[in-house]
Design a protein around this ligand. Structure first.
Ligand SMILES: Nc1ncnc2c1ncn2[C@@H]1O[C@H](COP(=O)(O)OP(=O)(O)O)[C@@H](O)[C@H]1O
Ligand SMILES: [Mg+2]
Length: 380
């Protein structure tokens, strides 16, 4: 695409949540005009864009009408109407990531088949059409069942330990996957532009909240052996190239106890595991996504410092207008950066914001992050 669009480009973002919000913070520096589509009239981007359209992301007519006349569309969520994007693409709107990639990634079954076809290491799996077929599954127990579509933040996954659990299994198109007793979960973010420039961010380590199945704690950079990090980077680059994606791609990986890297899943957009890049790296994931979709050279992804990211989740038992406790205390701590997402209402485990802790000393960053976790609360 032409690189002389500054000030003229009409950029549409499907989804106006926190990812869109942080993308807008960077997009301002490129002089682009921002249009947002989101079903929620209180969406975090609502008052931060040039044009806000309230409407369903999965409705053909809504997405098509929103995109018609824009120069470029990107996404902050995969659950969007791909047929409309495909039509807009045919009519000359630049859609990044491309509609065919969103279609593939929307369906975990197609993702797994793509991994298999391209020799990308992943846990053995089987596609499942009904609960009954679990009785003669080819994957031995225990395994994990995943809905093919619309699962996120652990909401579409179920561990099946014994035959008794099959009764409670999902009755929907799904896949089952070998249970991986992994050592660590890693994420690596890669970007690719239309010229084919590919760049990866350093690996990060994730810690999950077992109750909510959300990334709760993230440490950058990873202290894993260089060789493992290098393998993860090569794998992420290979996937970006196999897909020929334009934009950012987050690759979630398992590191097994015997040192294998298995790809868990992909997200073709900025990702929760890259939030620390805002303060922790020379280029943030949001800036990198924009560079990629604008066909600009990738920025320097190196870390500036150790960074620990803590998700700020709505407190259990609190549902309603959000209030924040502990902000003064945490901002008195060294190297603490607060990001609130502008969500009016809280509910248990809702992502309400995040905090990034920066410190030259990794252990100090981790210990401050733990203090932040104990101090900062979202209540009603
Ligand atoms: N094959 C597996 N073995 C063990 N744990 C898994 C497996 N697949 C997923 N998980 C766990 O469940 C989490 C959510 O699964 P994932 O497929 O990433 O779904 P989501 O779309 O909800 O992020 C993973 O981050 C991981 O902790
Ligand atoms: Mg995941």
């Amino acid at each position: 695409m032409a690189k002389d669009f500054y000030g003229e480009l009409q950029l549409g973002i499907l989804g106006g949540g926190q990812l869109g919000r942080m993308l807008i913070q960077e997009a301002i520096n490129f002089n682009v005009t921002i249009h947002i589509l989101d079903p929620d009239k209180h969406a975090p981007c609502r008052d931060l864009c040039n044009r806000f359209v309230q409407g369903a992301l999965d409705d053909f007519d809504t997405v098509y009408a929103f995109g018609k006349g824009l120069d470029m569309i990107t996404i902050e969520i995969e659950k969007v109407n791909v047929d409309a994007l495909e039509k807009l693409e045919e009519e000359g709107v630049m859609v990044y990531p491309q509609s065919r990639i969103i279609r593939l990634i929307q369906d975990k079954g197609l993702q797994k088949q793509f991994f298999k076809q391209n020799d990308i290491p992943t846990a053995p799996f089987q596609l499942i059409s009904s609960k009954e077929s679990l009785n003669n599954a080819s994957i031995p127990l225990p395994y994990i069942q995943k809905l093919r579509r619309d699962g996120y933040d652990g909401r579409g996954v179920k561990k099946i330990i014994s035959e008794a659990d099959i009764e409670d299994a999902f009755e929907a198109p799904s896949l089952i996957e070998q249970w991986i007793d992994f050592d660590k979960e890693l994420a690596i973010i890669v970007s690719r532009n239309d010229d084919g420039d590919v760049a990866t961010f350093p690996c990060v380590e994730m810690e999950f909240n077992p109750e909510a199945n959300l990334v709760e704690f993230l440490i950058s950079p990873s202290t894993l052996p260089f060789e493992i990090q290098q393998r993860a980077e090569l794998l992420a680059k290979k996937i970006a190239e196999d897909l020929q994606i334009v934009g950012l791609l987050a690759v979630e990986l398992f590191l097994t106890k015997d040192g294998q890297l298995l790809v868990n899943e992909l997200a073709p957009r900025p990702h929760n595991s890259g939030h620390q890049s805002i303060e922790g790296n020379f280029t943030s994931q949001f800036a990198q996504h924009l560079r990629a979709i604008f066909n600009l050279p990738p920025g320097n992804t190196a870390t500036r410092s150790n960074a620990v990211m803590v998700n700020l989740l709505g407190e259990a038992g609190h549902d309603g207008l959000a209030r924040y406790e502990g902000i003064e205390e945490i901002l008195a701590m060294e190297g603490v950066y607060l990001h609130l997402y502008g969500k009016k209402f809280t509910k248990p485990f809702r992502k309400m914001g995040h905090v990034c802790v920066i410190n030259e000393d990794r252990e100090a960053a981790i210990s401050t992050a733990r203090k932040v976790q104990q101090t900062l609360r979202v209540i009603t």
